[in-house]
Design a protein around this ligand. Structure first.
Ligand code: ADP
Ligand code: MG
Length: 257
């Protein structure tokens, strides 16, 4: 392809049984872009992210990674997934493997690296998320925030072209959230192409080049942080942003009681 889009989604529709969960979604992710996805629970954000990684079969439309169609009948999904890092809400680490083995697994099995090269990369990525000292630890010995940083290190070790995040901090206690967002900010600074579903509105507002507001399986509004947060064009977007602002004020008031 001649344009600089790394991922293109064209008229994607996804149903579960009779229910249309994603309805005619189109979006483009340019190389180096940070795309934020926000919206109420049940909007279809997780389903969208899973479709982008080829984890859900779709009912209509197309998804392209560079010039390869992910949704083609004969697509090499394993090959495509090796180019995409995925960080889930609930970390998805292998609980019976150490941190080192969690990171080495894909390097050995998918990238076919020898032990020494895999070790080298695993060490480098673990250092990048500030967890060198946890090499031999098991996931259960780590806090939620540490587990999520291992999960990010594991994804980065595969040297993905695109990173997908599905609410990476929503299962964390408040003191862990910052450490994960810090790592993500560094990735933004390094120019990583990212699609981030998050309820951390201040974070999305700060890092996203472009934001999709989704509700009921549709993209209600797409625009800059300035547009979505300060000057939404759609009433539905405004209601959502105002609702979150009101909830934050409520929390702050409850804290001071
Ligand atoms: P979000 O991440 O925005 O909260 P989801 O993508 O998880 O939304 O869900 C969107 C809708 O799809 C919801 O109504 C949910 O109940 C439904 N859904 C999600 N996964 C499944 C599934 N595996 N089977 C049936 N319905 C599903
Ligand atoms: Mg979700």
């Amino acid at each position: 392809m001649t344009d600089s889009y790394l991922m293109r989604v064209s008229h994607l529709t996804k149903r579960f049984g009779e229910t249309t969960v994603l309805d005619d979604i189109s979006l483009d992710v340019a190389a180096g872009e940070v795309k934020g996805v926000i919206g109420p629970s049940g909007a279809g954000k997780s389903t969208l992210i899973r479709c982008l990684n080829g984890l859900e079969p779709i009912d209509a439309g197309q998804i392209w990674l560079d010039d390869t169609e992910l949704t083609a009948k004969k697509a090499d999904l394993d090959g495509l997934r090796a180019r995409i890092g995925f960080v889930f809400q609930d970390f998805n680490l292998f609980t019976h493997l150490t941190v080192a083995d969690n990171i080495r697994l894909g390097l050995r099995k998918v990238r076919g690296l020898d032990r020494r090269s895999a070790d080298e990369i695993a060490k480098r990525e673990l250092a990048r998320v500030g967890l060198e000292s946890k090499w031999d630890a098991y996931p259960a010995e780590l806090s939620g925030g540490q587990q999520q940083r291992v999960s990010i290190a594991r994804a980065l070790a595969m040297e993905p072209e695109l990173m997908l995040f599905d609410e990476p901090t929503s299962a964390l206690d408040p003191e862990s959230v910052g450490s994960v967002l810090r790592v993500m900010r560094e990735l933004v600074a390094e120019g990583m192409t990212m699609v981030i579903v998050s309820h951390e509105m201040a974070f999305i507002e700060a890092v996203a080049d472009d934001i999709l507001f989704m509700a009921e399986g549709r993209v209600v509004e797409e625009g800059s942080a300035e547009q979505i947060f300060k000057n939404p064009r759609e009433q539905r977007t405004r209601d959502f942003i105002d609702g979150i602002a009101a909830a934050l004020v409520g929390e702050a008031e409850a804290d001071t009681r």
